[in-house]
Design a protein around this ligand. Structure first.
Ligand SMILES: [Zn+2]
Length: 466
């Protein structure tokens, strides 16, 4: 078995790992590179011939894992894409969203003659997403169906719950070359423990020699989630008392549903007043609809928390906003109210408009609940700037900015180390999906704890035998 790391190696985005054995080639994830300037270039070419790939496993629906599937299919991939039902359904909306942004972006670039002519065409369009959907083959979690799923003679797989976002899967792969079986587990992104709605990451039953796992730093070694939720309730009460608005920038997939769940529970428990709450992001609304169709994947605590009907994402004072006019009307609506809106890093999307209309009023508050990359509006607010530029105008920052680092969808190193320590039969570990400094540190931690393991942090393009 040969593994080649094409993306999500030596960095976080663009996950693509190729497993070759017995004359077949299985790609683990096909993600977009995101973030820095050179990513447009890197997303234009694939490092392998699409028609040489026999199948794809999609671990979960974040675009840094699924966002290149339309390109793969468009350029000749004719195999199957294996994913859980929820991942398939969520991925559809995520790819459509990327396509929509690409089309908008291309129009803007063409109009203003930005970049080379090649740069003024979208990477793919919404029409390119439809053929991808025909390639999916749904595989349920092992807790629903414990049997192996055969891909090709000698190849089979099983999915366990990764607890990272709805549908996220840990892939247990087994290849039998006639002379013996080899197993490899690909964790994809692993979730943190006790996250609302989601199962805790499951540990595969089988012994497994080779582990491909993420090394993103979850950074939750601050206060426990329960304390962060209490603190959030206090902030909301304070802002509501002074008649302010509460702006919660959040990623449409995962973080939005988590915040909705928490606000629902706080309202039911009368820890916050029943103020109007809006989810104002078209993608978040679509993704939430998919969540509601996959209640089977909600964890047991969800059933305990909302025993009456298990509708954690629906409640009386919550409104999902699709319409742009309705979104605009919020700008002039007096507080108190809460609005959850994308993008999570505040550089684009409807949240920018909400900030324009609220950032300069000291009665209001912005609650930062996610990672804020360099160069984003969110990072500026996090760093305490006094003025911000929003859609071309400067605004003084007078609203309160509160930071919650505890809502990460990734475990911290301690938690990930303990989790991997529960796997049986491990001989080698490949760390992917992590920035070099943190991954190298995690590598040393794992080597100290498990001297018998061979731990590697492969660079892009490297191949290893397993
Ligand atoms: Zn992810």
């Amino acid at each position: 078995m040969i593994i080649t790391f094409y993306g999500g190696a030596g960095g976080v985005t663009g996950s693509k790992h190729l497993v070759e054995a017995q004359g077949k080639r299985l790609l683990l994830d096909c993600g977009l590179f995101q973030g820095l300037q050179d990513v447009r270039e890197r997303n234009r070419a694939l490092p392998f011939e699409p028609d040489s790939i026999d199948g794809v496993v999609l671990s979960h629906a974040h675009v840094d894992h699924c966002g290149m599937l339309p390109i793969l299919v468009k350029r000749g991939f004719a195999g199957k894409i294996y994913a859980t039902p929820a991942t398939r359904d969520v991925a559809y909306h995520m790819m459509k969203d990327v396509a929509g942004i690409e089309v908008q972006d291309a129009i803007y670039r063409a109009k203003h003659k930005i970049g080379a002519p090649d740069d003024r065409v979208p990477l793919y369009t919404p029409a390119d997403v439809e053929p991808v959907m025909e390639r999916f083959e749904e595989i349920p979690y092992a807790r629903h169906d414990a049997s192996w799923h055969e891909l090709w003679p000698g190849w089979r797989l099983k999915f366990y719950d990764a607890g990272h976002i709805l549908g996220s899967a840990i892939t247990m792969l087994e290849v039998d070359n006639g002379g013996g079986k080899k197993r490899l587990v690909y964790t994809g992104d692993v979730g943190a423990k006790n996250v609302p709605l989601l199962y805790d990451p499951e540990v595969p039953e089988e012994e497994v020699e080779t582990v491909l796992t993420e090394s993103t730093y979850g950074g939750r070694d601050h206060e426990p989630l329960e304390q962060a939720i209490e603190r959030m309730a206090q902030v909301i009460n304070k802002v509501v008392d002074r008649g302010g608005k509460i702006i919660v920038p959040a990623f449409s997939l995962g973080r939005t549903q988590m915040i909705v769940y928490i606000l629902h529970k706080l309202t039911d428990e009368k820890k916050i007043p029943r103020v109007p709450i809006f989810v104002d992001s078209p993608l978040a609304v679509e993704v939430t609809d998919v969540f509601k169709e996959h209640k089977d994947d909600y964890d047991k605590e969800t059933v305990v928390d909302f025993s009456h009907a298990v509708r954690p994402l629906t409640f009386r004072n919550l409104t999902y906003v699709r319409d742009i006019e309705e979104s605009k009307s919020l700008n002039v609506k007096p507080g108190p109210y809460v609005v959850i809106s994308a993008s999570g890093m505040m550089s684009s999307g409807r949240v920018v408009h909400h900030l324009r209309h609220s950032i300069s009023d000291p009665r209001n508050a912005v609650l930062i609940t996610g990672y804020q990359a360099q160069g984003t509006m969110g990072r500026q607010l996090l760093e305490g700037v006094k003025k911000v530029e929003l859609l071309g105008d400067l605004f003084p920052v007078k609203a309160e900015v509160e930071v919650f680092n505890e809502f990460s969808a990734h475990p911290d190193h301690q938690e990930l180390k303990e989790y991997l320590g529960r796997f049986k039969g491990v001989k080698r570990v490949f760390l992917v999906h992590g920035e070099a400094e943190q991954a190298e540190e995690f590598k040393r931690e794992l080597e100290r704890k498990h001297p018998e393991w061979q731990v590697r942090y492969p660079m892009e393009g490297e191949s290893w035998e397993a």
